[in-house]
Write a protein that binds this ligand. Sequence first.
Ligand code: 3BY
Ligand code: FES
Ligand code: FE
Length: 411
Amino acid sequence: MDVRSEMLGYLKGRNANFSLEQKFYTDPDYFKLDLEHIFYREWLFVGHDCELPKTGSYLTVQIGAYPVVVVRDAQGGIRAFHNSCRHRGSRICSAERGTAAKLVCPYHQWTYELDGRLLFARQVGPDFNPAQYGLKPVHCESVAGYIFICIAEEAPDFAATRATIEPYLAPHRLGETKVAYESTIIEKGNWKLVWENNRECYHCAANHPELCRTYPEAPTASGVQGLMDDPEITALWRKCEAVGLPSTFRMAPDGQYRITRVPLLRDAESYTLSGKRAVKKPLSPSITESHIGTMLLFHYPSSWNHVLGDHAISFRVLPISADETQVTTKWLVNKDAVEGVDYDLHELTHVWIETNDQDRRIVEENAVGIKSPVYQPGPYSVEHEGGVMQFVEWYANFITPRLEGEAVPLS
Ligand code: 3BY
Ligand code: FES
Ligand code: FE
């Protein structure tokens, strides 16, 4: 049987309350199908507007086989291109980030404008037409400080995502922040294991002593159900909405993203050991309200986020192979906050550096155990793992029609 039919068979026969069959987490051919049908077709979070402060600022990212460069153009817009020279294909920008007046290929110095046009190629003869050799564009959208790209020829509609998340993010003025710290780790586990772990807090009490001082273990916080019935959550929504901060629970009809605000424990304001703010200057100069909890945004398959009163944390998930996933975390603070004066970097980053390391270990142990020939799908906790079931449901519903080769509508 071919891989596609086998995968389809498993998806059709799966029990929605159980984890997936082994091959979804381990098999390189299944991984290729995940890339082809999800990561190569969907909108992916790659970084923040504030990381591209001036004309020519760029960042690079690797999506499966595709190197991509995201750059601030001369008009202040943000564009993305395939980071592959139109001469003989060399990668053009190899640094993770940088600034360049033009994009110059290091191999033979073909030189591109920041809008992708080929400006100059040495000694290529009189018949050469540079207009035919511009960089290949990648779809790119910036929404309230978050940059998303899509490497498909035709991108799915982004308007609904923007319309939902922009009003929630905008008051936090994330476009005007700075990255105080970033960390990249490689977790030796399939990207779906990273997500399954993220979508529940069933593991939190036993594994995250630091995070549990401030982040609620209750499934209402991490999951997607029952928020309306939780009086602490609805009280926070009322309080925040009254001061112009959209907060109620919103989820895409297909489950690809959700955004909502939830309270932290014991009046905590930040992910510090004390629960007190780590940054003296508020993240957004226009939000004076205290105790606004954390705004949670996930967007499958590439990002989850927390936005607090004093800082925001973004997480970017990129698949490396069937059993390796790159997780990049960025801590955003008010652009005028000064390290050592307004915040102590250790205090700001400690809890999530520890939490990420604990989650890495969890994912890696999960991956090793799943490789055992005796592994079989196991039951999710109905009380605690509704969020995981929702992720797997999204994955199954998303990939099934694509595997069947149906024409999938773009919106
Ligand atoms: O990062 C999250 O979204 C949370 C924090 C703890 C577990 N996870 C559900
Ligand atoms: Fe880029 Fe030759 S490959 S200039
Ligand atoms: Fe965790």
